[in-house]
Design a protein around this ligand. Structure first.
Ligand SMILES: Cc1cc2nc3c(=O)[nH]c(=O)nc-3n(C[C@H](O)[C@H](O)[C@H](O)COP(=O)(O)OP(=O)(O)OC[C@H]3O[C@@H](n4cnc5c(N)ncnc54)[C@H](O)[C@@H]3O)c2cc1C
Ligand code: FES
Length: 525
């Protein structure tokens, strides 16, 4: 779908800390914040959006007196945004609505959209739910200057033929509400969704590793930067360094360049030899070979990494290491991502078994260890959007009793081999796990330094002695960092799996027949 020029040009007026600001319609508040600070940490240090996808909670602000994540909240005319502590307002609770569905699909990314479409002919009442303002997940994210990608449009057009499918956007599953019932929260309301079967398509988040200066405003994830740009972040004229590992770095660089930024370096920690072996194996996946060729960036440097970020109130420069040589590079932004990790908290809450990498274990029918609960896409292991879509199709079919065809399984095996290639060629070197020094914050929510964690032998000790992982992101960032740095297993999530409002948590079992009323978006939106 091409967004009409008139709508991309239109702006809305919001107020940030009392100052009026006109922003393109469809931007998120995180994008509107631009280079500004979103909040102060517990020790008063400035913080700004990091992940761009609702995980890190660094972007929490007050919107019309209600605490929201700026990266998940679209700007609306007249909104009053406050980044300073403010008096919060109570949020209305539930209104009557459809109480239940036969099949709940959580996540409307490539896996979830395909799962819903594959299940749709069964006639089951299907609810497809996502916490983003629009469907598409991470790879197919749209925004004010990024029209909805054609694969999403096509899938939505196909889904629009099925009146038994309801798409609900802007709604997050924040916990359990009983047997086969989940707590849902939107920006304005909350409620409970019943289901008979579910397909979890909750995707992945970035692995973000600590290094000196990584909490400075201006430092984001690599995919995080991409997400924020698609949400409307203005990076025109900014100098950007991209660092970390994996194909996502080049995708982020391309998005930043197209948005008018100058990409100075793309520092890939994998060696030249590893990148060369990856490239020469790509002939088996011609579309990927073509994509790699089109994304290749003049600043791409394997065997290099950013070892520190510098600045006071925001980023001003980074230290770039290539081999034994280090140099300082002035820049306005650093986007740093070390690969992806599965988002499996909801599956864990439901009791599904995870593997040693934190991915949901599924069988050949994409069924988890719990009967009637299926999972598809990157929450079952990192493997790219092609694999996620195939898994979604298999899960949708199997959940509705339709057999999986051998060609579908062959295609899945083909893309699983691609996933294995990426893992093998972009595995993390030990050097990137040793960048943090004694004063580097490991837990960004509770301001816990590496030094304070010295002497802790596992995650439980770290939590008990330092409050590491007990802040707003609930250990999603520091827990995964600790797993990578020291091999600690993060604790299983507790109820609720995400910070939730009191009104949401106050839902009683007898409220199970009420639900939030975020309008079920027309499938042809
Ligand atoms: C920040 C980021 C940027 C990326 N950019 C690219 C790219 O440019 N190119 C590329 O090839 N790959 C990219 N990827 C990889 C990408 O994740 C996959 O290739 C693909 O999107 C996986 O599809 P999926 O359906 O498994 O998950 P996703 O696309 O991640 O979809 C999962 C959806 O579930 C939603 N969700 C999760 N938990 C809940 C919950 N509790 N309640 C409600 N909704 C929930 C999420 O918000 C998301 O919309 C990116 C990944 C990340 C993390
Ligand atoms: S930037 Fe909004 S939650 Fe991370």
């Amino acid at each position: 779908m091409n967004t009409p020029a008139s709508s991309t040009e239109r702006t809305v007026r919001i107020q940030i800390d009392g100052a009026p600001m006109d922003v393109p319609r469809g931007s998120t508040i995180a994008a509107a914040l631009g280079t500004g600070t979103a909040r102060r940490s517990v020790s008063g240090r400035p913080r700004a959006p990091l992940c761009g996808m609702g995980v890190c909670h660094e972007c929490r602000v007050q919107v019309d007196g209600v605490q929201q994540l700026a990266c998940m909240t679209p700007c609306a005319e007249g909104q009053v945004v406050d980044t300073r502590p403010a008096r919060l307002r109570a949020v209305p609770t539930t209104e009557a609505c459809d109480p239940s569905c036969d099949l709940l699909v959580v996540g409307a990314g490539p896996a979830g959209l395909q799962a819903a479409l594959a299940a749709a002919p069964s006639g089951m009442r299907i609810t497809l739910l996502d916490d983003n303002p629009a469907p598409g997940g991470q790879v197919w994210r749209s925004g004010p200057r990024h029209a909805m990608p054609s694969p999403v449009r096509r899938l939505l057009d196909e889904l629009a033929h099925f009146s038994n499918v309801t798409l609900v956007t802007g709604a997050k599953v924040v916990g359990l509400a009983g047997e086969r019932a989940l707590l849902i929260e939107t920006q304005a309301q909350s409620g409970v969704q019943h289901f008979s079967q579910a397909i979890l398509c909750t995707g992945a988040r970035e692995l973000l590793l600590p290094f000196p200066g990584w909490t400075l405003p201006g430092v984001t994830g690599a995919g995080g930067l991409q997400a924020l740009i698609k949400q409307g972040l203005d990076v025109r004229g900014q100098r950007i360094v991209i660092a970390g590992t994996g194909p996502l770095l080049l995708a982020a660089a391309a998005t930043a360049r197209r948005a008018g930024a100058t990409v100075l370096h793309v520092a890939e920690q994998a060696s030249w030899a590893s990148v060369a072996r990856f490239s020469t194996a790509l002939w088996r996946w011609p579309a990927k070979a073509w994509q790699a060729a089109t994304l290749l960036d003049p600043g791409f440097r394997p065997g290099s990494m950013v070892t520190a970020a510098h600045g006071q109130e925001r980023l001003q420069a980074v230290t770039l290491r290539t081999g034994d040589r280090e140099r300082r590079v002035d820049c306005e932004r650093l986007a740093c991502g070390f690969g992806l990790v599965p988002q499996a908290q909801l599956a864990q809450l439901l009791g599904c078994v995870l593997d040693a990498h934190g991915a949901i274990v599924v069988d050949a029918a994409q069924q988890t260890s719990i009967a009637g609960i299926y999972a598809a896409g990157e929450c079952t292991g990192i493997g790219g959007s092609e694999r996620a879509q195939l898994q979604g199709r298999i899960a949708g079919r199997c959940a509705t009793g339709v057999a999986v065809t051998p060609p579908l399984l062959r295609k899945l095996a083909h893309w699983s081999r691609f996933a294995a290639l990426v893992h093998a060629r972009f595995s993390l070197s030990e050097a990137v796990t040793r960048l943090a020094n004694a004063d580097t914050l490991i837990c960004r929510c509770e301001d816990v330094t590496l030094q304070e964690l010295a002497g802790c032998e596992n995650w439980v000790q770290a939590k008990l002695h330092t409050r590491c992982g007990m802040g707003s992101c609930q250990g999603r960032i520091c827990g995964q960092a600790a797993r990578t740095l020291w091999g600690w297993t993060p604790a299983a999530p507790r109820q609720p799996s995400d910070p939730a409002r009191i009104a949401t948590l106050a839902q009683e079992p007898h409220d199970l027949h009420t639900r939030h009323t975020r309008p079920a978006a027309p499938l042809s939106q």
